[in-house]
Design a protein around this ligand. Sequence first.
Ligand SMILES: [Zn+2]
Length: 461
Amino acid sequence: MALEFFNTLTRRKEEFVPLNPPHVGLYTCGPTVYNYAHIGNFRAFVFEDLLRRYLEYKGYQVRHVMNITDVEDKIIRAVRETGKRREELTEFYTAEFLRDLDTLRIRRAHVMPRATESIPAIIELIARLIEKGHAYVSEDGSVYYSIRTFPEYGKLSHFKLDELRSTGRVQHDEYTRESVADFALWKAWDEADGEVRWASPWGLGRPGWHIECSAMSMQHLGETFDIHCGGEDLIFPHHEDEIAQSEAATGKPFVRYWLHNAHLLVDGRKMSKSAGNFYTLRDLLAKGWSGREVRYALICAHYREPLNFMLDGLHAARAALQRWDEFLTKLQDTAGDCTDGPLPVGLVQAFEAALDDDLNISAALGVLFEHIRETNKRSVTAPEAAGMLAAWQRFDEVLGFGMPERAEAPADVLALVEQRQAARRARDFARADQLRAQLLQMGWVVEDTPQGPRVKRAAGR
Ligand SMILES: [Zn+2]
């Protein structure tokens, strides 16, 4: 079966055919680094990680670019409020963001350009838009995009331009859904911006948010590339504006597949600090949840379904991962030294068929947990267990939950096991029991099997 994605641009599922296989260009809008990212943000990043990992599983060579927005209205406000330098503030939250990605087992993008390091590319793109008549310089030295020069404006969000009320110009990076306005590509410096300013042909100022993503994506992926992702709240105006800027400048299609994840609710409500249901990753870690449990809770619903994040979901994630670990540990024990076995082809096909269908993760997880239930009902041979382990290792490349570590007993433990065997052979059972207790204290359990003693990690270690 072919891999299909729901494309926001065409509003239907389409077969995914990259421009230049096996290469795939993937751009995902990154964080604005003025504070810790919250779990609503991480829903998008976890979904994008699933997408990238599955493309890699399918054999594509993905080039993943994620921008870091380190100049923006909210950052300037935070600089004013904290009295910190912009560099200091954004470097701190960028480092925290990267740490959170690692905790959630999200593969880092290959390129993570900062907006402030991309100013020349941004200025060049703005100049191109002015030259082609799609942008104009205002009295104060700001540059605006002229929406009426791009008749296709609205094609991503499926708004018709003449149905929208034009409200003139907006300075802010975000404006309301109901209004359409010429938006700022370059914002002239004013006193409130403090030290945050760069020289441009139009005077001192700073770039707007939307132009950053057009400039950085095209700089690193080319003028037309395969996939652009983000949360559905970015469709309008951010991504609509990216299309207008990029396609007006190049005359070429900007992005071939647009994938957007639905929003996240917490306890059935929109997450907000005032409602007391606002969580960062560090909040959840402090409550005793692990990164992989949060990853599971964020990944387990289909990305286009709104996700209601609740305590129940984290408990369910913990239980699911426990089953995952127990099953795989048992397979490891059964396989023993056997590393070669038949791949469970039907299982692999069912897993792939689910994900080929617009990343239907709930179906894919359903396939795996059904397999656990069925396998637990019967006995499994060592080669069979080895084949299953090989398949699950591949599934885990996509899911990123991690395989349980095969516990290799250290030499001192093995020596005690040997002494215990000697005691048993001498029928000194008191001594053998004493050694078993000593091993348990060290975190190891000995099982006597027909093939001899087998040592494994005690549960809960
Ligand atoms: Zn963006």
